[in-house]
Design a protein around this ligand. Structure first.
Ligand code: ADP
Length: 307
């Protein structure tokens, strides 16, 4: 559905960032550390209007930190973050009202009922879709008049999502949105969640470390590795275009130079050999290449290699 986005992964990797239409969210060279621990390192990333992106990374890779920086909730030590063309840490009210955020840990007022909570939030937003709220409360099985503290973890998470959808945001950010749901329900639920916003062209980004969440849902996958977005593209493009190539370094260099492939990961092996993850242009993927071995990668392999 949307253009392939490629963020710079390694020196020499191509960046299309400059050529893209105006982004919903844009991070340029963002670095953020906790004390001496670097988490984001000169990270550049864009979310285009209408994109649905699954942000993948291992536990502790910095997904929450990245989403918080994207939302202006955490100020990086270096770099710029823009939302709807404004500095993320100085958004005006109109821009703020265009964002829906579901944090990893429920931020609901536990002494309220769902009905009271939603009435409270409604007062802050110029746009509020009451019919959608009522429909989702019924379909997702949330009791309206029970204290939030007495709802299950999964119900609280769904309520938090309803709250974030109610004002029809143009950007929806979800941090591990299905973490409290059981494995059977999570994929279908995510699918439905995305369907809820697709017809409005909402930009959606959700983080996860659970691969099965992604296969039927995310149109784009973004891999967070070593503080940067290593690559972002639709899953089917990645499966088609990314290969694990191993063999003598000189032969890999020759292949890289000759094919113009993007180097996503390089790992030296013994005695002048290495294994590299390369992304080729469509139609340029080598089947066999002399002394090199060229292997396809499935989603699980991609996760292992790119996060
Ligand atoms: P993820 O969401 O991918 O699991 P996080 O963004 O939560 O990753 O954390 C990235 C790293 O930063 C982890 O090593 C975590 O322990 C550390 N970290 C997160 N928040 C803080 C904080 N407030 N202070 C210090 N270290 C933090």
């Amino acid at each position: 559905m949307s253009a392939v986005l490629s963020s710079q992964a390694l020196p020499g990797a191509t960046s299309l960032a400059a050529d893209l239409p105006s982004a919903t969210a844009r991070l340029d060279d963002v670095s953020l550390s906790y004390g001496s621990k670097p988490v984001l390192q000169a990270l550049s990333w864009q979310l285009l209007p209408g994109q649905v992106v699954g942000l993948l990374g291992r536990n502790g890779a910095g997904k929450t930190t990245l989403l918080e920086a994207l939302l202006g909730l955490r100020e990086p030590q270096a770099g710029q973050v823009q939302l709807f063309g404004q500095a993320a840490t100085a958004l005006d009210d109109a821009a703020r009202a265009r964002i829906g955020y579901v944090p990893q840990h429920s931020d609901l007022f536990e002494g309220f009922t769902a009905r009271q909570l939603l009435a409270y939030f409604k007062s802050f937003y110029p746009r509020w879709n009451e019919a959608k709220v009522e429909g989702l409360l019924s379909r997702w099985d949330i009791p309206r008049d029970q204290m939030i503290s007495r709802l299950s973890g999964g119900q609280q998470q769904r309520l938090s999502i309803i709250r974030a959808l109610a004002h029809e945001p143009d950007l929806l950010v979800l941090d591990e949105p299905v973490a409290s749901l059981d494995p059977v329900g999570r994929r279908d639920f995510l699918r439905e969640l995305v369907d809820q916003v697709l017809d409005r062209g909402t930009t959606v980004v959700f983080s996860t470390h659970i691969l099965s969440d992604l296969e039927r849902v995310a149109f784009n996958l973004a891999f967070l590795q070593n503080g940067r977005i290593a690559v972002q593209a639709p899953l089917d493009s990645l499966i088609e275009e990314v290969r694990l190539v191993s063999g003598p370094s000189a032969a890999i260099q020759a292949l890289l130079a000759g094919s113009g492939a993007e180097l996503l990961r390089r790992q030296p092996e013994a005695a002048g050999r290495e294994r590299c993850v390369l992304r080729f242009a469509p139609g340029q993927v080598p089947l066999l290449h002399g002394e090199l071995s060229v292997a396809e990668l499935n989603l699980e392999d991609l996760f292992v290699e790119l996060t």
